[in-house]
Design a protein around this ligand. Structure first.
Ligand SMILES: [Zn+2]
Length: 500
């Protein structure tokens, strides 16, 4: 909202005993004048229809005719700014201050004062700190009370509206109940069907697909997914046991009308447990490139999936969440083929001295662009050099004590030297060829690993990212060269692995 569009109300008050109050310039006219000037300065229109004056009223109560009308406007969000000469003109007493401040906050009205910036006054500071404490306390109290209420309600066998799953409807206060569930027949029929399908051996994916194809909508009105079907099949409510406070420390089970027979529910539960076990077993299949392979076309990480028999694949994970139809046209790749190609390229890159040197060079050539840290360092060095020159000039002029100036110069020079050392260290971060070659020979001497675990360890420690496309795999690798002197140097390997 622009400044011109702001609706600003002015409030002025004078008490029945003005002579007892501090400050003589509290007359209604002077307050209105000051507020008008202030509004002009802050760019608010001064609209006389929004002047509110309580002449001869105390500030220790909120029941004042003009203030009442003003608060109605605040609550109706009919103004944007409430401008008052000072806080004590608006209200006296912390509790009432909090009431008004809170009301303004909640209805998007900014409370402003002429005399000084409210938040910087002692009153303002105190009010804000108290407000924080009190809000916190109120929230806590409310939470505790409603939590206690919920627990008590559950203990008596009643539920809250939030806990009603697909297939049921909530009967609450409006219907003269303390909170119970009744069966929604059409949805319950769907639930029974889903359980029957699961018993019959349909997968969760197939069930979700069938529901979506039939136009059935889930509890929230959306499409069904494997997850929502899974959650439905696991929900004990359908067997007559509603669980309240699932996420709390002490969940409570209360009886409710059942939609499926206990036998059916148990049969499905067994099937789910069996599936889970089967899935766990399957995931132990050894994928060498798991988590490292990305699709070059769309940038998504690839998933792994088993094929028929002993075959397995990597595939771009860019698929529709519900239908599981592939969105990205990138083809899936056979596990053995891509792993073989990547492994042989990687092994050559890290164990062949010539290859590793080549890749390290290429990497450093790409990295040679000065980074932000380097630029900052350059600035700092320039600054220190200037400081050094000035220190020498001062010494020449003999303006200050010679010994002191020398000490300063020594400090600046030490700092300068350190900064220059840091810079040269950055520049020489490309390790020497001999170091790189030695590393590669060391790797080669250990022999090419043959077990999955050994190879996987190398992939995990070396490969940053692999991107595959139709014909090749692009590799980003990082090799930590130990024995390069004071610190480890990073070097990169990039290989194009041709898929056979
Ligand atoms: Zn893709």
């Amino acid at each position: 909202m622009t400044t011109e569009a702001k609706r600003c109300a002015l409030y002025a008050r004078i008490s029945p005993t003005p002579e007892k109050e501090v400050g003589a310039n509290y007359s209604i006219a002077s307050q209105l004048y000051e507020m008008g000037e202030c509004a002009k300065k802050r760019g608010y229109p001064n609209n006389p229809a929004l002047h509110f004056v309580d002449d001869n009223f105390t500030g220790t109560t909120l029941d004042r005719p003009a203030l009442n009308r003003l608060r109605d406007l605040v609550r109706a969000r009919a103004i944007d700014v409430l401008l008052v000469y000072s806080l004590d003109r608006l209200v006296r007493g912390l509790a009432l201050q909090l009431v008004l401040k809170d009301e303004c906050d909640r209805h998007g009205v900014t409370l402003e004062f002429v005399r000084d910036h409210f938040e910087s006054t002692p009153e303002g500071k105190m009010m804000f700190s108290f407000q924080g404490v009190i809000n916190e306390y109120e929230r806590e109290k409310f939470r505790e009370r409603s939590e206690r209420g919920r627990r008590e309600k559950a203990r008596q066998g009643f539920i809250n509206s939030g806990a009603v799953p697909f297939g049921y409807r909530y009967v609450g206060k409006k219907q003269g109940s303390r909170g119970t569930m009744i069966i929604h027949e059409a949805e319950a029929a769907t639930v029974r069907e889903v359980f029957a399908w699961a018993v019959g051996g349909m997968t969760m994916y197939q069930i979700a697909y069938a529901l979506n194809a039939a136009g059935t909508r889930s509890a929230r009105g959306g499409l069904w997914s494997r997850t929502t079907v899974f959650q439905l099949l696991r929900n004990e409510t359908y067997a007559g046991r509603a669980c309240l406070g699932k996420r709390t420390k002490n969940p409570q089970i209360i009886a409710c009308p059942r939609i499926v027979e206990e036998q059916t529910f148990a049969a499905v539960a067994m099937k789910l447990a069996y599936n889970r076990k089967a899935r766990v077993g399957r995931s132990s299949r050894k994928y060498l490139l798991r988590g490292k392979l990305f699709c070059r076309q769309c940038g998504k990480r690839c998933t792994t999936f088993p094929g028929k028999g002993s075959s397995a694949y990597y595939r771009c994970n860019n698929a529709d969440r519900f239908t599981h139809k592939q969105i990205c046209p990138a083809p899936s790749v056979v596990k053995e083929r891509i792993e073989g190609a990547v492994w042989s390229a990687l092994w050559k890159a890290i164990s062949d001295p010539a290859a590793l040197t080549h890749f390290a060079r290429a990497y450093h050539a790409r990295k040679a662009v000065p980074g932000r840290a380097k630029r900052d360092l350059g600035k700092r060095i320039a600054y220190l050099e200037q400081k050094e020159r000035r220190a020498i000039e001062i010494m020449k002029e003999g303006v200050i004590d010679f010994a002191e100036a020398r000490r300063d110069l020594a400090l600046v020079r030490a700092e300068l030297q350190a900064a220059q050392g840091e810079r040269s260290a950055e520049v020489v971060s490309m390790p020497e060829d001999a170091v790189i070659a030695a590393y590669a020979r060391e790797v080669a001497a250990q022999g090419e690993p043959v077990t999955y675990d050994d190879r996987r360890a190398i992939v995990e420690n070396t490969v940053v990212q692999l991107r595959y496309s139709e014909n090749e795999v692009e590799m980003d690798c990082r090799v930590v060269l130990s024995g390069a002197g004071e610190k480890n140097c990073y070097s990169g390997v990039r290989a194009d692995a041709q898929r056979q």
